[in-house]
Design a protein around this ligand. Structure first.
Ligand code: PEP
Ligand code: CO
Length: 483
């Protein structure tokens, strides 16, 4: 049976320079932030043991495939679009919700590829994005102080003291919800692949003449070539770009959930985190020498790391050394989330330092998390104009330093939600109304998402100069205050 103190050690060829041995539970001896206070630790241990017996959610082969696509993004041969919910609802495992997100992110990726002529790699904040770091351990709702909502993996968003108590059985719920989402994504992938098979394939069934061996041979070859470019837009015969499917990613925050889903690749001895394809470290947990960095350093997945305005050049180079000591292209994605006001000031020094240290990274812009404001009623919002401004700033900085913009990281929702203010959505706080549905941070709605994707495509196509057109008018600056 699995225990946290399992003595199994992994030899990781070439991955860690300072030590060849990494253990899944090394993080337990280090300082850790943003973990819930589970009231029932015996129940937590039972859940961890159960998770360790359950099948992995992703496969080593798929995780390696994504790393190949990300290596293309690191060298400017592809662009990464990572998008989805801030906090994924668990009932989003319904087929309709997954298909809606897949369709929107796919349409955004196609819009980017149409402008750039390059494949866009699509990664959802999906199939596991159930845990949230919070700036305060409690929040006040209607005058009552409650434990903060930390994602549906931990507690319930409803304002009820009992429901807000962290409940370890929710970790199993997160596993099941992730499995349902991944299952739906695989079905979508296969449907998409079958649609691309040669037109003639159903003929044997309709004519009654079946050359079974020939059919299997042709399907085998077609499916292999079709699934070989999964997760990247590809040129369709009509000349446009077509989306092929989503990879999954989430912030690997609750390490009691993630650790039991680390599994060993029997062929190489490497450890893979098979709760997702691409985990990332949040800005609040990215400290060197602390648990989250140590945990991600030992897994062989491609990993992301958010970097906010407090990041120093020494820290960012330290993160590159810890997370990618062998300088493997595709392994590390740095996600800049500075805010439109700070990006010109904070980002250039970091990009220069990483460049000088010769670390290959995918430079990604998250224009959402540095641009959050409060509505008069206390809810969070973001102005589309500020989001567009940070993207422009990011492109300018990278162009000036001589690096390539590798991707965009967004919080989006399909449909007509009203959470971010600006063209394509509510133009004022009053217009937000009941279109505000997010469980955590405000997401771009469908129209706003497509507009931002189109702006990004134009900026990429013009080498960072998006032209003088203003795709989004500035929203009223006076309505909001900084949180
Ligand atoms: C997030 O991506 O939802 C998030 C909390 O981001 P950050 O770590 O950048 O604050
Ligand atoms: Co968020």
């Amino acid at each position: 049976m699995y225990t946290a103190a399992s003595p199994t050690a992994a030899i990781l060829p070439g991955r860690r320079s300072e030590s060849l041995v990494w253990r899944r539970d090394d993080w337990r001896r280090l300082p850790i932030r943003q973990q819930p206070s589970w009231p029932d630790t015996a129940a937590l241990d039972a859940v961890r043991n159960r998770l360790a017996t359950l099948p992995p959610l992703t496969s080593v082969a798929d995780v390696r495939r994504l790393e190949v696509s990300l290596a293309k993004a690191a060298s400017g041969r592809a662009f990464l679009l990572q998008a989805g919910d801030c906090a994924e609802p668990m009932d989003a495992s319904g087929a309709a919700a997954v298909r809606g997100k897949n369709r929107l992110i796919g349409a955004m990726a196609e819009a980017i590829s149409d402008r750039t002529g390059l494949p866009t790699v699509t990664v959802g904040r999906i199939g596991g994005q159930f845990a949230k770091p919070r700036s305060r351990p409690t929040e006040t709702v209607d005058g009552r102080e409650l434990v903060a909502f930390r994602g549906e993996m931990v507690n319930d968003p409803r304002a009820d003291e009992r429901l807000r108590t962290p409940d370890p059985s929710r970790l199993l719920g997160a596993y099941r919800a992730s499995k349902a989402v991944l299952n739906e994504l695989y079905i979508i992938a296969h449907e998409t692949a079958v649609r691309r098979l040669p037109d003639a394939w159903p003929a044997p069934f309709t004519t009654g003449h079946v050359d079974e061996a020939g059919l299997v041979r042709s399907w085998d070859g077609s499916l292999r070539s079709i699934l070989g470019d999964y997760g990247e837009t590809r040129r369709s015969p009509s000349g446009g770009w077509a989306h092929t499917g989503l990879w999954t990613s989430h912030e690997a925050l609750i390490l009691d959930y993630e650790e039991p889903l680390v599994r060993r690749d029997p062929q190489t001895g490497e450890w893979f985190l098979l709760s997702t394809h691409m985990p990332w470290i949040g800005d609040r947990t990215r400290r060197l020498g602390e648990a989250h960095v140590a945990f991600h350093a030992g897994i062989a997945n491609p990993v992301g790391c958010k970097i906010g305005p407090s990041t120093t050049p020494d820290e960012v180079v330290g993160l590159c050394e810890a997370l990618n000591p062998t300088r493997k292209p595709g392994r590390l994605t740095l996600i800049s989330r500075m805010g439109a006001d700070a990006v010109h000031d904070r980002l250039p020094g970091l990009v220069r330092a990483v460049r000088a240290a010769e670390h290959p990274v995918v430079w990604v812009c998250d224009p959402m998390h540095g641009n959050t404001e409060r509505l008069p009623d206390g809810r969070k919002t973001r102005r589309v104009a500020r989001i567009a401004a940070e993207i422009r700033g990011f492109f300018e900085v990278l162009r000036d330093v001589g690096e390539r913009p590798g991707g965009l990281h967004l919080e989006v929702a399909d449909g007509d939600s009203a959470e971010c203010v600006g063209e394509g959505g509510p133009m004022s706080a009053e217009e937000i109304g009941d279109g505000y549905r997010t469980l955590c941070d405000p997401r771009l709605n469908e129209k706003q998402s497509i507009m931002i994707a189109d702006l990004t495509g134009r900026l990429l196509a013009r080498g960072g100069d998006g032209g003088s057109e203003q795709p989004v008018p500035a929203a009223d600056e006076a309505v909001w205050t900084r949180p």
